[in-house]
Design a protein around this ligand. Structure first.
Ligand SMILES: [Mg+2]
Length: 266
């Protein structure tokens, strides 16, 4: 008889990554609000914020916001252009560390990866590994991350978003349903602004509401995506961590919760 091994999946998400890379290179930025994106040109600039560090977020600045708005919220912030070569270099160092700890490794964006760590055999051991990984990333690459651990990719990714920055959230299989249920519907994998608005019109506020909603009604509203939504809201996700080199294109279920393409601020 085949014994099914419990899956333990970790999702690692670097904190305010672009800004963190700049802070690492320029110690004079320490403690300052840092905004990465287009030149604000003293409030007249066009374009948007790519990433804001946590200090800048205290002023209400967030990614996707017009840079002119960010400037009006905090003219004293350090505004820096995007420097991809630097971010790729730092990310490569981080991913090398993650790969070393993984049974299976899958990078899904410049600053996010899944690792299958089922060989740890318990969530306690996986949590210890996560603490070591966080330490190693900080010591070696001088950036921080948030980690979520769960029985599948869906729960792990949702968990890494739960406490940021520098969070470590562990959701055991028996806790998964309750953990998800209480979260706002917008926090479910793949639910962007548009879907969330439609859900709100159905009176849906939480992921639990989606799970309890009539699946056929969701189907008639959203087509196949409605069925998938209902499935995901139960905390179900069978997808494997797919071994990969470099950044893979990602399916609709594995995009950033914010719904913003290329979001690096989560
Ligand atoms: Mg991130």
């Amino acid at each position: 008889m085949q014994v099914l091994r419990m899956r333990i999946i970790m999702h690692v998400d670097l904190d305010a990554f672009f800004a963190a890379c700049e802070e690492r290179e320029r110690p004079e930025l320490k403690g300052l609000p840092v905004v990465i994106g287009h030149d604000p040109e003293k409030g007249k600039g066009r374009g948007v914020v790519s990433t804001a560090n946590y200090k800048a977020r205290e002023y209400g600045i967030h990614s996707g916001m017009p840079i002119s708005k960010a400037y009006s919220l905090c003219p004293a912030a350090a505004f820096l252009p995007v420097n991809f070569p630097l971010y790729y270099r730092v990310a490569e160092g981080v991913m090398k560390i993650l790969r070393k700890h993984a049974d299976k490794f899958q990078q899904i964006s410049i600053d996010e990866a899944f690792i299958d760590i089922s060989s740890a055999e318990s969530f306690e051991k996986a949590a210890e590994a996560a603490a070591r990984i966080k330490q190693e990333i900080e010591t070696t690459e001088n950036v921080t991350c948030s980690i979520g651990i769960g029985p599948n990719k869906l729960i792990a990714k949702t968990a890494s978003d739960f406490q940021k920055p520098q969070g470590l959230t562990i959701i055991k299989p028996e806790e998964a349903q309750a953990f998800l249920s209480a979260l706002p519907s917008r926090k479910l994998y793949g639910v962007g602004e548009k879907t969330d608005k439609a859900l709100k019109e159905l009176g849906i506020e939480t992921i639990g509401d989606i799970a309890n909603f009539d699946v056929q009604m969701l189907q008639s509203m959203f087509g196949r995506w409605g069925t998938e939504l209902h499935f995901l809201a139960q905390g179900l996700d069978e997808s494997e961590v797919e071994e990969s080199e470099g950044i893979q294109s990602v399916g609709r279920n594995h995009r950033c919760n914010s719904g913003r393409p290329g979001c690096n601020s989560c």
